[in-house]
Write a protein that binds this ligand. Structure first.
Ligand SMILES: [Zn+2]
Length: 169
């Protein structure tokens, strides 16, 4: 079953939802032979209705089978979003369709799990790499952590520039 809820249940109080959406019920649409969903999309969520919005908070989990960009072995990559939160609008252009008081939130969960996937999946620190070092070098090692650290670097760069400006005065 997809993750659908009755809006009228949320009129008086927030509610908790636990379960999982089977893989063929989610349009993963990964467009990538290197990554495939494995098992269901697990959720453990608290949902609150605030006027015409739903606030969704909790945990999402989904495993994927990936091919490592370095050693080309397939491995299981578990994605866990532990303190996740999302929004669903009930009115306006971005709103989700409500049919007979039921709203389907599967797409919101799917999108954020996809965003958490690394661009270049890597089997882990124990990765043996490829026998040919030339090939191993050309494969990016960790994409997500690198992106994070470069964001941090640019923040420091910005601070450095601020300091320089102050020195001139
Ligand atoms: Zn590997």
């Amino acid at each position: 079953m997809r993750f659908t809820i009755h809006l009228r249940d949320l009129e008086k109080e927030s509610l908790r939802f636990d379960g999982d959406v089977e893989p063929d019920e989610v349009d993963w649409n990964l467009n990538d032979e290197l990554i495939q969903a494995k098992g269901g999309l697990g959720y453990s969520l608290e949902i609150e209705k605030h006027e015409q919005n739903l606030l969704i908070q909790g945990q999402l989990s989904q495993s994927f089978v990936c091919e490592c960009v370095r050693c080309l072995q397939s491995f299981t990559l578990p994605i866990l979003l532990d303190a996740w939160s999302g929004f669903a609008a009930l009115e306006g252009e971005e709103s989700l369709e409500v049919v007979n008081d039921l709203i389907d939130l599967t797409e919101i969960l799917r999108e954020d799990v996809l965003l958490a996937l690394p661009q270049h999946p890597h089997c882990g620190p124990q990765c043996p790499g490829l026998a040919d070092p030339a090939n191993a070098k050309s494969a990016p090692r960790h994409s997500a952590p690198d992106e994070l650290s470069s964001a941090a670097n640019s923040a420091w760069d910005a601070l450095d520039h601020l300091n320089l400006d102050n020195d001139k005065d």
